[in-house]
Design a protein around this ligand. Structure first.
Ligand code: BG6
Ligand code: MG
Length: 212
């Protein structure tokens, strides 16, 4: 029996996955590397530090530890400049009605995000109060595809992993949900998100009649 729904943030609730891409692409160009959409697929759900490690590998570039820290900060400030402009209408299609349906049916919602900016983004789009539990990068030590983000959310909600459905736009996130013993619904194409039991384009396509 399903008792809770756990949502990823970037690319599921709002289009911040695209902002991450723009900011990483700008940084990668400084390493003379053109970050592609396919590269970006592999960065979805991956922590900030691990993303930069991957980009440096692809660019075959070595930088000092000081430069590494500085570049993480610069990327994040470019990202936050875009987040700053966000308003509630920047929610992805169907998010408002999805949250409303869950509340009406009294299904607890949790957020499970790899981002350190999760609370900032949720505040900008007016959804900070929509979740019973918010788990972000500050509360976990192992990032997706490790299941810790989602198992922590389930623990905080007081439900078992197999009583949760996770909604994710990243392969790392789908893998995290499945290895945590949860069900996983992919927001995106089956070719990008193998393993998910169902693929939809956005939360608005989720049919609460199929909930159990
Ligand atoms: C994930 C995104 O949600 O958070 C990744 O899919 C991002 O692209 C990661 O790198 C970390 O986010 P932040 O906001 O802490 O840099
Ligand atoms: Mg995501």
């Amino acid at each position: 029996m399903i008792k809770a729904l756990i949502l990823d943030l970037d690319g599921v609730i709002c289009d911040t996955a695209h902002f991450h891409y723009i900011a990483w692409k700008r940084l990668a160009s400084e390493y003379d590397y053109e970050l592609s959409e396919a590269d970006n697929e592999a960065l979805k759900g991956v922590s900030r530090v691990d993303s930069l490690i991957l980009i440096l590998q692809w660019a075959k570039k070595e930088i000092s530890p000081e430069q590494f820290e500085q570049d993480l900060l610069r990327k994040n400030s470019w990202y936050l400049d875009m987040v700053e402009e966000m308003v509630p209408k920047d929610l992805l299609p169907g998010v408002g009605s999805f949250v409303e349906s869950a509340h009406k049916l009294q299904i607890p919602l949790a957020l499970g995000s790899a981002s350190k900016n999760a609370q900032t983004v949720l505040t900008k789009v007016g959804l900070l109060d929509a979740f019973q539990t918010i788990v972000d990068a500050s509360q976990i030590s192992r990032s997706k595809p490790d299941p810790e983000t989602f198992t922590t959310a389930a623990e905080l909600l007081g439900v078992a992993p197999n009583e949760c459905i996770v909604f994710e736009d990243s392969l790392a996130g789908i893998q995290a949900a499945l290895s945590g013993g949860m069900r996983a619904i992919g927001i995106g194409k089956p070719s990008d998100l193998p393993g998910a039991e169902l693929h939809i384009n956005n939360l608005g396509e989720y049919n609460f009649a199929d909930f159990q």
